[in-house]
Ligand binder design. Structure first.
Ligand SMILES: [Zn+2]
Length: 176
């Protein structure tokens, strides 16, 4: 079945369950109240029970993890290099984590650590700097570089593509 639109609600994972339910209900009811075309007709079931009209369009609910550590490691910020060198003995700085998002699979398969750099040092996956430098490196996934690849439906299907490309962990490979 084809729908002419889909509603997507993205919830923060740090909300309590009752808040998730409330936020979703309030948000979609706002859309239903403002865009009448998304709501169908009232209906009656086989036993004669009458129901209010419901959404004609699918409502997809997602959760988005948000926490301070992730915001810090993904931040586009520059820490003075002396401070960065000292910090990265312990914690993952934005410069450390940036390599993990490189299109170069050898760099992608490094710096997996979320908060502490010890794990990558212990397992030999720590890399200090991107080969092209922080200004010159390309962020992203090599197989998914077009604008179309960023559409929600394509993003959701990407994990099921049979071509994992060079991304598989420990498969050392150079992009380009
Ligand atoms: Zn990341």
């Amino acid at each position: 079945m084809l729908f002419d639109m889909k509603l997507a609600v993205v919830l923060r994972t740090d909300l309590a369950n009752w808040q998730r339910a409330n936020v979703t209900a309030f948000l979609v009811s706002g859309i239903a109240g403002t865009v009448p075309s998304v709501v169908g007709e009232p209906y009656v079931d086989g036993s004669g029970n009458r129901y209010l009209p419901m959404f004609r369009q699918p409502v997809l609910v997602f959760e988005a993890a948000f926490n301070a550590v992730s915001a810090f490691t993904h931040g586009n910020i520059r820490i003075p290099s002396a401070a960065d060198r000292a910090l990265r003995w312990f914690i993952v700085t934005p410069d450390v984590h940036r390599l993990h998002h490189s299109v170069d699979a050898t760099e992608t398969n490094s710096n997996f650590g979320f908060a502490l750099t010890w794990w990558d040092r212990l397992f030999g996956t720590y890399r200090a700097e991107p080969e092209a430098g922080h200004e010159g490196m390309t962020i992203g996934v090599d197989q998914f570089r077009t604008r179309r690849d960023s559409r929600l439906d394509r993003l959701l299907l990407q994990p099921f593509h049979d071509d994992a490309g060079p991304y598989a962990i420990n498969r050392r490979w150079k992009a380009g």
